[in-house]
Design a protein around this ligand. Structure first.
Ligand SMILES: Nc1ncnc2c1ncn2[C@@H]1O[C@H](COP(=O)(O)OP(=O)(O)OP(=O)(O)O)[C@@H](O)[C@H]1O
Ligand SMILES: [Mg+2]
Length: 492
């Protein structure tokens, strides 16, 4: 090791990464001291996750230097970088599903495959302590697939800090979390800083990032565009234009303006059970032809279950009708072919297929000509997808994948489009684009939309009518303008 006196735990200089002709990261440099949080922001696809992967050695830099506590690690394999003292909380969690929470954390403690063969009581005790610290003490023996979303994220943090890293990289910790969970997570990240670690944090939740970080580094198409305090960076003209965008404004139409006597979709007294647990309880909702309806609810409230029942992929009791005719008994494929298209929360893209192939699959039930027209329209809506037609979906950035999922659903020319948490992982400026796209759909097509969101700042402006789903039940229904006064607590 160089005997340099080094303030910065992490120091990056001239970092560059190419994927074929694309320069994903170009000449990026910054440093993060121990006891400091640096926020990394930028629109979808600007290279944030790639920067983290380059630091962690998951991708190999084409040029540049990465120093961890003064040691040059650029080009090292990731297990050596991890051993030296860097840990990463990934954007998408990938737990070992056959192992328990405790086992997942214990395994993360052991860098070497060989040592995993020998159970070590000391390691287990340490894993328990870490689990307690992140708030997983009560679910140690559960398998990851049975955990709520927020606990899965906590498990990723536990794994990342298992080996006591001095540099912690955290990629989109708040995506999909409620405001209360976000507060708890912010505390965890603050604790990491107060331990004296250097933290690099990426997230699109601008408010939470600003409240948490000491400094912000903003990127756009792989390059630095601004750096400074959160305040300075958010006021920066370029950042405002390419990242923050403008505000969302649309207007609700009164229910009386929809003149169909039989609503397009009618759900009556719906009940869905997973084993003994009731996920949807006596839910009744309706959506008129052409209406935009939002179902607002926190994680685990039952939104996805409700949508899955409508799509025919779950058994239920009660009645679901489309234009008066029961959907019960139809296969999910028949329901989808009929034009009820669900855009799933879990993305479900074909990762090894290209962007174009994924879209073509979405368009296979409309005519060739219609499919070409739609594709062009979607490329106008999401220009990045046009540029990335030949890229495999699995290598797209988080936000790009989300855009592709929505675009693929729109390729099917749906009569009813069900959007399940479409805003997850999207940069503010892309939210604005999506918002404009929905508004254009609303004004120029007969499409009907059912939107599930916990992000009320997006759900309300895009709804003619709103339902609130809490603990499997509908607890409120009304006009978006009445939401804040009557149902807003816990959401706003
Ligand atoms: N293996 C790869 N092959 C080709 N292109 C890639 C690969 N990995 C990433 N890219 C591209 O590099 C760019 C940067 O991706 P990255 O995941 O770093 O973005 P990001 O800033 O994290 O975005 P988001 O906020 O959407 O997660 C994207 O346009 C992405 O499509
Ligand atoms: Mg990313």
């Amino acid at each position: 090791m160089n005997a340099q006196v080094h303030g910065a735990h992490l120091e990056v200089k001239g970092l560059t990464k190419r994927f074929g002709g694309l320069i994903a990261v170009k000449d990026v440099g910054f440093s993060v001291n121990g006891g400091e949080i640096l926020g990394l922001i930028g629109p979808n696809g600007s290279g944030k996750s790639t920067v983290m992967k380059l630091i962690m050695g998951i991708e190999r830099p084409d040029a540049g230097s990465v120093r961890i506590k003064g040691v040059e690690v650029a080009g090292w394999p990731s297990h050596r970088i991890a051993r030296l003292g860097a840990g990463m909380v990934f954007q998408h969690s990938r737990p070992l599903h056959r192992q328990t929470v405790l086992e997942n954390i214990t395994l993360a403690l052991l860098p070497d495959k060989l040592r995993r063969l020998f159970p070590d009581p000391e390691n287990e005790a340490r894993a328990r302590a870490i689990a307690e610290r992140v708030g997983l003490g009560h679910v140690l023996d559960r398998r990851p697939s049975t955990l709520p979303f927020a606990d899965l994220r906590k498990m990723e943090i536990a794994k990342a800090i298992a080996r006591d890293p001095q540099v912690v990289l955290v990629d989109e910790p708040f995506a999909g979390l409620t405001s209360r969970e976000t507060a708890a997570f912010s505390q965890l990240v603050t604790d990491l800083r107060d331990d004296g670690r250097a933290v690099l944090l990426v997230d699109h939740n601008v408010k939470s990032v600003a409240a948490l970080v000491d400094r912000v580094f903003a990127m756009y198409v792989g390059e630095r565009i601004a750096e400074g305090t959160a305040d300075e960076v958010m006021r920066n003209e370029t950042v405002r234009r390419v990242y923050l965008g403008g505000s969302i404004e649309t207007a609700a139409r009164p229910e009386s303006s929809f003149r169909d006597t039989t609503p397009f979709l009618e759900v009556k007294n719906l009940n869905v059970f997973y084993g003994k647990a009731q996920a949807v309880e006596n839910v009744s909702i309706h959506v008129h032809q052409g209406e935009f309806v939002s179902v607002v609810g926190l994680n685990g409230a039952g939104k996805t279950t409700l949508f899955n029942a409508i799509s025919g992929v779950l058994p239920y009791s009660g009645e679901i009708r489309r234009e008066g005719k029961p959907l019960g008994g139809l296969t999910p494929a028949a329901i989808a072919r009929g034009g009820i298209v669900q855009c799933p929360e879990g993305r479900e893209l074909f990762g090894d297929m290209t962007v174009r192939e994924n879209l073509d699959l979405g368009g296979q039930h409309v005519t060739r000509e219609e499919s070409e027209k739609r594709m062009q329209w979607l490329f106008d809506l999401f220009p990045i997808l046009e540029q990335r037609q030949a890229q495999t979906a699995g290598t797209l950035s988080g936000g790009e994948q989300q855009m592709l999922t929505i675009a693929r659903a729109l390729m099917m020319n749906p009569a009813l489009l069900i959007l399940d948490e479409p805003t997850l992982g999207l940069a503010p400026v892309i939210l604005e684009q999506l918002s404009k796209a929905l508004e254009r759909l609303r004004q120029t097509t007969p499409i009907t939309v059912l939107l599930g969101e916990q992000n009320v700042t997006f759900a309300l402006p895009h709804a003619d009518r709103v339902y609130v789903l809490e603990h499997a039940r509908i607890v409120w229904e009304g006009d978006p303008s009445r939401f804040a006064a009557e149902a807003g607590t816990g959401y706003l």
